[in-house]
Ligand binder design. Structure first.
Ligand SMILES: [Ca+2]
Ligand SMILES: [Ca+2]
Length: 587
């Protein structure tokens, strides 16, 4: 495998783009790196050839591998069999329409029968797995590889078969080698335990970000202490985070100094969906998840800095500077406050500037509803004299795709061809786009430059089979297509591309068991429910002033200990820091 270093790993995402489950999009930024494949894929050339369907995924056109394995050693689908593949994954609920456009397109190209097994959410999925009714292959959110093998539900996938049948996937793995560490069997690197799909959204185009009403800040005459650039009519961008003391000054003014100038004391302060936004933590010098403390892994919620955060936010709340509704966990309620001009500070992410999917939420809905509103995007809040800390995924890995235990190698070959086509269009951009946008020239067409799809019909996710098969193939192309938006692009130099200046604030967690080599998953399953519930309850009580922080903090730590905190963290001691693992793939 090729190697890259930390930087390229983190930045690869940037080149591309990102987005959420089904936000459509259009038009390409230059993205790429990704699926500019050499192979013109078979998808179309294939359809009349009903006999030997085995080449549909472009097996000959695969990357000129350095380790050329003789073709005949690698199992191929039985040319005399028309395979039936059952599958479930995203957008496979009861609204899925059997024989959808995308399903038929895949069936024609692969010369097989595909059936989507419908399931409604996690409970139904658990029932299905417990009763031994796992489909031939499935994208299973929230199911760890360790658990699936423990239950003897799934089989390993030979690496040479993936190299042969899924060249587009392998290309992404080669460019982001941590993906190998996440998916290969730790005891045998010639076998994948499962295949991770990709999305570049969480390593690039989905940066943490907060927004302020910049017209309010200007009305109030506040000097922010950072460089602010106007990048579009109504969008301003800061080159650095806002210092905590400045943040409090802004929020105080938003609450107490009539920032909208209507003569009424009618605006609120800190809004948010909950009290655990990374921006708040960054303000006090730590980040979510696993932090490093003198070479040791600690969860954020035991840190002295977290204690300071609790104290700080309880104080802000006591001063009336936090919107009391913050503890309701109601995203829509928060959005409404922002969109109606009741709140002037809010947290989303950079890609909320994309009109293709985010029109109903801040900041775009605010801009539509309040003509005088302008917005300032910042990368977060930092301690006075400190730096912003923002968490980013260590790799573009996205969800787990499993193959059932009793599938033989020949059928596996067919399933891998299905993966290559469904996720990446086998390198054929028309096919790839159709898996997301539907039928070419009916539901979407290429833009004038031919660089990105433009929607003709706004299909819901899952409609005509869109996203049902392609969700895990959000490579450079798809991510770029979806992210493209004039307003989003206006701030590109801050949040996209290898030179995006906000990238310096993005880091993965200190440690994670990406290869499943510890008992972390098991212990986590045993203790984390109770721990998280207790952490949440304590946080709310302190925030509301129901519990005195200083006099109860030791008790709090002792209770966490009783709930299994040290047992949990002991597993982390067995792991190398993620940055070291990433660097080990460096040149
Ligand atoms: Ca079918
Ligand atoms: Ca007012």
């Amino acid at each position: 495998m090729k190697s890259k270093k930390v930087i390229s790993l983190l930045l690869a995402g940037l080149l591309t783009a990102g987005m959420m489950s089904g936000c459509g999009g259009q038009a390409g930024n230059d993205a790429s790196g990704g699926a500019d494949s050499k192979e013109d894929t078979p998808a179309e050339t294939k359809e009349e050839d009903a006999s030997a369907g085995e080449d549909a995924a472009g097996d000959d056109a695969e990357t000129p591998a350095d380790d050329a394995v003789a073709d005949d050693d690698i199992p191929a689908p039985d040319p005399n069999e028309r395979y039936e593949i059952t599958y479930t994954g995203y957008w496979s609920d009861s609204t899925y329409e059997d024989g959808s456009y995308c399903e038929t397109m895949l069936e024609d190209a692969l010369d097989c029968d595909i059936t989507v097994v419908k399931q409604e959410g996690n409970d139904a999925l658990n029932v299905m797995l417990a009763s031994g009714e796992m489909p031939d292959c499935a994208t299973l959110s929230g199911k760890t590889s360790a658990w699936m093998y423990e239950q003897e539900l799934v089989r390993t996938i030979p690496r040479n078969m993936v190299e042969k049948y899924c060249p587009s996937l392998i290309k992404n793995y080669d460019e982001n080698p941590l993906l190998y560490a996440q998916t290969l069997n730790p005891e045998n690197d010639q076998e994948f335990n499962f295949l991770a799909g990709v999305t570049f959204q969480f390593v690039g185009y989905y940066l943490n970000c907060d927004y302020y009403r910049y017209d309010w800040i200007q009305n109030l005459g506040i000097d922010l202490g950072v460089n602010v650039e106007q990048v579009s009519d109504r969008l301003y961008v800061a080159d650095d985070g806002i210092e905590l003391s400045k943040f409090i000054e802004i929020i105080d003014a938003f609450v107490n100094q009539d920032p909208d100038g209507n003569g009424e004391n009618d605006t609120v302060g800190v809004t948010g969906q909950n009290l655990t936004h990374g921006q708040y933590f960054s303000a006090y010098g730590f980040h979510s998840g696993v932090n490093e403390v003198d070479g040791k892994a600690e969860m954020y919620y035991v840190l002295p800095e977290y204690k300071e955060f609790l104290k700080g936010f309880a104080e802000l709340n006591a001063r009336g500077l936090v919107d009391p509704d913050i503890i309701q966990g109601n995203r829509q309620l928060m959005w409404d406050k922002v969109n109606s001009g009741n709140a002037g500070y809010y947290i989303v992410s950079t890609n909320a500037l994309q009109s293709s999917w985010a029109l109903d939420r801040p900041p775009l809905q605010l801009l539509e509803r309040i003509p005088e509103a302008t917005i300032l995007a910042t990368p977060g809040i930092k301690p006075d004299g400190g730096t912003v800390q923002s968490l980013v995924n260590p790799s573009p890995a996205y969800e787990n795709f499993f193959v059932r235990a009793d599938i033989d190698d020949q059928k596996l070959a067919k399933i891998l061809q299905f993966v290559e086509l469904a996720w990446f269009g086998g390198g054929d951009k028309d096919f790839h786009a159709s898996m997301i946008y539907g039928e070419k020239d009916v539901d979407w067409k290429w833009n004038d430059e031919g660089t990105a799809p433009v929607k003709i019909n706004n299909l819901a996710n899952g409609e005509r089979g869109t996203w049902t098969f392609g969700q895990l193939g959000q490579d450079a192309d798809i991510s770029g297509w979806i992210a493209d938006d004039p307003l989003f692009n206006a701030g590109n130099k801050y949040w996209t591309g290898p030179d995006g200046s906000w990238m310096k604030f993005q880091h993965p967690e200190y440690k994670a068991d990406i290869s499943n080599v510890t008992d972390l998953a098991t212990i986590n399953a045993e203790v984390s429910g109770d721990i998280n519930a207790y952490v949440g309850e304590y946080r709310t009580q302190v925030f509301l002033g129901q519990k005195d922080l200083d006099s109860t903090w030791d008790e709090y730590l002792a209770e966490l200990e009783r709930l299994g905190y040290s047992r949990l963290m002991g597993e982390y001691e067995k792991l190398d820091p993620l940055q070291d693992i990433i660097a080990s793939y460096g040149n």
